[in-house]
Structure formats: structure tokens, C-alpha cells
Design a protein around this ligand. Sequence first.
Ligand code: GLN
Ligand code: ZN
Length: 752
Amino acid sequence: MTTTVIGYPRIGSHRELKFAVQKYFKQAISADELAQTASQLRHENWQTLSDAGIDQIPSGDFSYYDLTLDTATLLNIVPARYKALHLAPLDEYFAQARGYQGEHGDVKALSMKKWFNTNYHYLVTEFDDDADIKLVGTKIFDEYQEARDAGYQTRPTIIGPYTLIKNGRFTGHKTASDFVPALVAAYEAVFAQLAKQGADWIQIDEPALVKDQTAADLALFSSLYKPLLAAKHGLKVLGQTYFGDVRDSYDLLTSLDFDALGLDFLEGAETLPLVQDHGFPADKILYAGVINGKNIWKAHYQDKIDLLNQIKGAAAQVVISTSCSLLHVPYTIENEPQLDDKYKRYLAFAKEKLTELVELDRIEAGDTALLEQNEQLFTQPRYVENETITKQVASLKEADFHREPSFEERARVQKAEFNLPKLPTTTIGSFPQTKEVKRNRAKFKKGEITKEAYDQFNRDQIKACVEFQEEIGVDVLVHGEFERNDMVEYFGEKLDGFLFTSNAWVQSYGTRCVKPPIIWGDVSRNQPITVAESVYAQSLTDKPVKGMLTGPVTILNWSFPREDLSLKESTYQIALAIQAEVLDLEHNGIKIIQIDEAALRENLPLRQSDWYSKYLDWAIPAFRLVHSKVAASTQIHTHMCYSEFDDIIDAIDDMDADVISFEASRADLTLLDTLQKDHFKTHVGPGVYDIHSPRVPSQDEIEGTIRKIVAKIPLDNIWINPDCGLKTRGNKETTPSLIHLVAATKKVRQEL
Ligand code: GLN
Ligand code: ZN
């Protein structure tokens, strides 16, 4: 059989691209030098795939920032406000990704959203009425040519027009169908050019098909693909889907003139039955996603072989592939020399998954030794068990998930307790992780400084941070999270049941990467995690300091979960551990505690019909379990990151927090209408400026935003804060931004 992958990670096995792009932002390297690094990384990837023995190698899966943005840019879907800056193409591209503030003007970034059910984020394509869609870019052609010149005949990949539309935003009067003719023409031009260059295949990604599809959706899909597939210019077209099954569009897809279809047999619960019951056309190739592109566990070959045999029973031509792009897993366990082999032999990152694809092919060809060797891994229990904790989870009762007294009663008690001004100001927790903060941690990790010296440095940072907040007049302070490398890893390191890597980075957005821990056993808390820092910060001021925790759903979603335990059970174990920390903070005099659920939406099933039954019905109770035992006067905050909330707003209210802060600024505060309409009870800080951009908002701009919020949300329910933690920013922009935030709030308060 033939082997391939949908895509490969691109940030570099040691995050070379991240560092090069950041240097470019700081003007420390030129566009040419950046291009050189990028080219080298692409060559390394092609070489790796080729060395591993992968038959069909993709190209075009590289990106400086994001593939959706690349596709929109290729097709000239660039809002006028960016074009008006008259920047060089690369700078215009980055201006869309991160906003621009400089000699040429002052423009916010495009909005950013979660990419389906992953922790990757894409930039939302804006379809303005005056958009002039046509092929203008060369990226996909250049990369194809670059590979070809290096001796690789690749399969160029591109995000398809349907997914571009479904993930996009229509800002004017026009709707999707108005853009269909231009999109068809533009994609056809891409086909024509690739064919001219000598490409045989193109992979066109349409993951939007795995969501629930209406008849109108399918009609839109047909209106794009009927004409497009009638104009292939001799190219063969692989329609690639992932993250689920295509139950609504299967018959349509198989009836259209695709030369191959890529289906996900892992997350797609219905994929195998669809192929078996509806049949798969003999003239098409089935790209079977059987190697998991999201987890880091070695595949159980016998299961995969059984699956492949069933697939082959239903389809004449099968290519073995990954369930989704390998973008969502780290590069290689070769970068983890410190990890004991007793763990490593169970793990497969991107590079090891290439070997798995090739080995499956060899097993299919009769190599039984490989099968037996693999089988040995699955005969013994591998995870560390803790009976106390499993019993505790098993004996949880309904009452453990409910906080008393009611929200309204608590709000009354807390109003008296804290006596805060109207529009109280706060931040989301972290302050800039400066060079010095990172250097201190690095020195400690290398053993160059003592634990005392390390802690003392962080205490000095906390002190300075508290003083700064007092000085500028913030109402509810934070300690700044200087001791944390990452909001999940930090907790994982102090809890039992987690395993850590050194270099297993996964791209989250642009230059931002995360290093998810691996859940390797039952999770429990055997020591306080955050108490010392919070208590120290509180000792420095009379104003309340918020304790700062990561919630159980986020810890789970941003870790690699076990395969033998349900997500629900794993999350409840983590929830009990965080509950103990909440109670410890409360016991030590911390009166406001924020429990971040930044990633709550991430694992929401892609099909709405599954939302409650497969996820929210345990995820929301898991959060309530964490804070159900605190006193009425203890104020519980939570925070959620950039993503859509409108459709789960009731579930969010049901978390029963006292206050929630959201990212709303980068989505133009459209959330406010939902909050207003649905009588959201939880007090709310909608986020008055975008911290994912280096732009400094002026006092005026923030005043405008606050007024918009005041116009829609009851005054007593409003908090004023940035829209996320400040750790990725520098002090250079953070200091003026927060000064403007407080000044703007004071100004609006006077008008009330
Ligand atoms: N408290 C965290 C911080 O400020 C929250 C970060 C997040 O939501 N991603 O960094
Ligand atoms: Zn956030």
C-alpha cells in the first residue's frame, strides 16, 4: 500500500521558525534571512518524510503564521485596512496576523479562533463586500517548485473554499454564495498553475464537512465543487477531511468528481460504517486516516491492521494516512534524551508516526515480527494507579457539584465583603515573562542558582508587580505568575500522575507553542501548589489579591490524556486536586480565587447534537466540583480565551462562577449582544483590549470600549480587564496599556 501524511509540523524541531519570526518582528533579521530559515525547515521536513519511507510527501503545509491566512492572502482576500498600510507583502501578512502600529498606521489584527477541536488557532478570513477574490499569491507554487528542485514530487495542499467560507466572516451585505464564482475561478487558477508546473495531485482540505451540515451547506459545497472539479486541468484532486466523519456529505462527496477522498477513521465514529454501508467508488482512492494525528501514544498495530482490513474490504484502492495533520503533535521523541525508556517505548510523536505508517505497510505485506514486537507493549498495564483517588471519584455525590448559597445571595455577601468601586479593574493573572524572569528559571533548571535564590528573585518580581498595580490604581490585584512556565505544565509538575517532556512543543498560534504534559497515571495532589506566592502577594497589600489556578478541564484539554480512562474520570481526578488547592488558598486568607478554564470550549464535540451528551454534561460539573465547598464570601472568578461563546453561553453561566472574564475585544465585542439577550447572571469582564497583539490601546479607545459595555450590561455586573494574561507581552506595551485601562475606567466612572 501507499503511505502519506496530511501535513507535518512546521515550527521546527527546536522551534527554529518561532525564533526566526520573532527576530524578524524585532528587525534583528531581514526578510531574506527569515526566508532562508523557512526554506531550510521545509527541506528538513521533506527529507525526514522521504528518509522514513513515506511514499507521498505533501508541500504547502508550511506557514509563517497560519495556513488559513496563507490561503486568503494567496487569493487576495485581504481587508482594505491592511492594504491601506502599503506595507511590503510579508509585513502586510504579519499585520493581519498581529495588528500593526507604526509609521504606516494603526490597525488591529484579524480575529483568531480555535481550529475545530484543537488547541491550534487560525486567523478568521474576512469577506468584505468589496473583496476582489483572485489568485495573486505564489506561496503554494513556490513551495511546490522548491520541493521539485530538491528532487521531491510533492502533493501541494491548500485549505478548500468551503472551509474558508465556513470559518470566515462576512462583514457586509454579501453572503457566501456571492463569492462562489470568484472563488471557483481563483481555485481553478491554482489548479491550472500547478498542473503547468508538473504537479500530479493537489490536496484540498475541507474539514468543515465534519460538522453538522444543513441542506443549504451541501448546496453551497456543490456550487463550489461541481464547476471546480470540471476544470481540473489534468490535476488529480484529493478532497481531504479530518476531525470527524462526513455523514451528512458522504453521498455527495462520493458522487462528485474527486479522484481521492481522505477520511478520518479515528475521530470519525461513523466513517467505517459509512464506507461499508454506502460503498466506496472503485474509481476513487480512499486515503484512510488510521494513525492518530492528535495523540502521542504508539499505535496498537493489531487494531490498526484489523481496521485496515475492514477498510480494504470496502474500498478497492487504499492509501494509509494520518487522521489529521501531524501539526498537532510534537516533532520527535529523539529530542527527549532525559526521558526514561520505560516511558518512551510507548510514545510516538510526528517522526515516529511516520515509522508507524511504514511499518503498518510492511505488516500488511507480511512482516509478522513487527506485529509481535508491538503486541508486547499492550500486554501489561502501563499507567500508575492510585486507589484512594479512584475511590474518591467513584463516591462523588450530586451535592459535591453544587455550591451553596445561590449566586444572588453570594453576590450580596461579596458586595459587602469587598466594597469595590463600580467597574472594578483587574487583570487575568500573568504579567510579562521578561528575559530576566526566563533567565532566572533557566539558571535554576540548570542548577546554576539555589532554590532560595530562584524563589527570592520571583518574590522580588511579585513585590514590584503588586506595587505597580497599587500605584496605577488597579482594584483587584494579581501576583503575576512569574514562577510559572506555563499554566498547565506548572500544575502538572506539582501534581502526581503527570509526565514531562523537554522539547515536545506543539504550535498553538503563530509563534506561540505549548508543551503539553502527558497524563501517566491517576492524578492527585500531595502538596500545596500556589499558596506560598499568593499569600506572599497578599501580605504586601490591603487590596484583595486573586489566587490564580488552572481549572480541571483546561489541564486535561492541554495535556495528552491516557487512552485507558475516560476523559470525564480523568477530569474529575484533576478537579478534586484543584478543589483541595482552592480550599487551601481560602484557608490561608485568599478571598478571591480565579480558576482559569481557558480551554473549556476546545473539546466541545464538532457536532452540536453531541455537545451535552458527550461533553458539557461532565465538563461543567467538573468545574463546579472545584469550587462547590467555598464560603459565600469567597469570590470565584474564571477566565476563558479567544473562542466563540455565544452558543454555549448557558453552559458557561451554569459553571456558577461569581465572575468570568472573556476575550471579546478581538471579535469586536459581538459577545455583548449575547450576554444581554440571554440575561447572563455571572458578572463579567469582557476584555477591553487585545493582548495577543503588541498594539498599545489609547485611553480614548478603551473608554469607547467601556462605554459600549456599559450600554449593554447591567452596571453592577461589569468588570474591566485586558482580555487575557499578559505573559506573552513585554513591559513596554503592558505598562502604558494598563495605565490607559485604569485611567479610562476612572473617566467613565465619573460620568456614571
Ligand atoms: N491566568 C492565566 C494568565 O494570565 C490565564 C492565561 C490564559 O487564559 N491562557 O496567564
Ligand atoms: Zn485567556
